[in-house]
Design a protein around this ligand. Structure first.
Ligand SMILES: [Zn+2]
Length: 421
């Protein structure tokens, strides 16, 4: 396949080159060549009015939770949690599957090609991901008294791994497990060569409890039991400078969730300047649609910039390019998939947007990255994963019909469950 005459290609290569009027040759699942090519392919897509962008990674999600979108939105954090947890007691495989389908349709229509997910019934999310052809990193949540069973269930998921799906060891958070459990999980992860994915240092409450119990802050504590090497850690807002040094040494990825954290008022401050100074890898996540309420990394990039400029009283601290790096290259580092940039030899995971969208104008070579981050808010033209086009704008009508049917099913259940709250 050839993407012909692309108006712009945002490569995200080392130099962050933005190329103009070139073709991209895709063979199988890979980007084979970028340049002025002959028409040596049976499938040619005219991209003369399109901007081609590396696919985004949503590095922290709970896709099944989209069934709770719009519920208890303006409640205080712990009240919100109590009500959501009450509903979760009645969850089923079918509900999680329905939520995951809505999430995946939304993500694909916004250029997201991979997501890291944590939720109940992970098999339901795995099935939905396969059906739509999106990449997924997930695992059974490893917590509680049935730890051995959960590890065995995670082993079953390991057998389902393929080029689109990877398994992690996910202890959820330190408060979900005893130290004995955490040590067992670490042992389990090491033996199977699994990366750790978990929430960390998300709320003051968690940090306070950890310090009371262990005389260590959350990251120090996790490091003391060997948890951090190459790990994926969501939130990390309540962090000391010593912990930032440890995160860098251990090559961990921190996943920033600016919208969810602001909405739940759980972060006073994300220490962006310290992370940036120490070159800690910052990926971007939406968290769930119950606390965001969208699954859109364009929104997340803009909010990441605004929040951290505002918090640090420094409009020049976060560049549009920093946020784009988080959504692409840093997300790819978190998942380990060979995507996140448009370069020869990389996976053909990318998306196209219409360069003529009104909100992008006036568009030129100088403002293109700024306009993408601060202005773009339309559906994408198409999204490609592993060399396959898995979403085209023309499919929107059909997906809206599908989403409407799923919504009716969800409403029937959730509105009944929530009656007594
Ligand atoms: Zn979360």
């Amino acid at each position: 396949m050839i993407l012909k005459n692309c108006k712009y290609i945002i490569t995200q290569d080392k130099e962050r080159s933005v190329l103009k009027d070139l073709d991209i040759l895709i063979e199988g699942k890979e980007i084979k060549r970028i340049g002025k090519l002959l028409n040596q392919s049976d499938e040619i897509i005219d991209c003369s009015d399109k901007i081609i962008i590396p696919g985004f990674t949503n590095a922290h999600a709970h896709a099944g939770m989209t069934i709770f979108r719009g519920l208890y939105d303006d409640d205080e954090l712990f009240d919100w949690l109590r009500k959501i947890n009450h509903l979760e007691e009645k969850l089923s495989y079918d509900l999680v599957y329905s939520g995951a389908k809505l999430s995946i349709m939304e993500m694909l229509s916004k250029g997201i090609v991979a997501f890291i997910d944590t939720y109940f019934f992970p098999e339901a999310t795995i099935l939905a991901s396969h059906e739509y052809g999106i990449r997924l990193v997930s695992g059974r949540v490893l917590e509680g008294s049935n730890l051995k069973n959960r590890m065995e269930e995670n082993d079953v998921l390991i057998k389902k791994q393929d080029e689109l799906f990877k398994v992690v060891a996910d202890p959820y958070a330190i408060y979900a497990n005893s130290e004995e459990n955490l040590r067992e999980i670490m042992d389990y992860a090491k033996k199977r060569n699994l990366r750790i994915n978990m929430h960390a240092a998300e709320t003051r409450h968690e940090v306070f409890d950890c310090y009371q119990k262990n005389k260590k802050y959350v990251i120090e504590y996790l490091d003391s039991i060997g948890f951090l090497q190459d790990s994926i850690l969501a939130h990390c807002g309540w962090i000391t400078s010593n912990e930032i040094n440890i995160l860098k040494e251990r090559n961990a990825t921190v996943v920033h969730n600016p919208i969810s954290n602001m909405k739940l008022a759980s972060h006073a401050f994300f220490p962006f300047s310290n992370y940036k100074e120490k070159e800690v890898c910052i990926a971007l996540g939406t968290d769930s649609a119950a606390s965001n309420n969208s699954l859109n990394l364009f929104d997340e990039m803009k909010t990441m910039a605004l929040l951290n400029k505002n918090n640090h009283w420094d409009a020049s601290l976060v560049k549009a390019q920093d946020t784009l790096d988080s959504a692409t290259l840093n997300g790819a580092k978190a998942t380990g998939f060979n995507n996140g940039s448009i370069e020869e030899g990389k996976l053909a995971d990318l998306f196209a947007i219409n360069a003529k969208e009104i909100e992008l104008q006036p568009l030129n070579d100088k403002n293109i990255i700024s306009n993408l981050v601060y202005s773009f808010n339309s559906p994408v033209e198409f999204t490609m994963i592993n060399g396959n086009i898995v979403f085209r704008k023309e499919m929107l009508k059909q997906w809206q019909e599908e989403a409407d049917k799923i919504s009716q099913k969800i409403n029937l259940k959730i509105l009944t469950f929530g009656k007594d709250l």
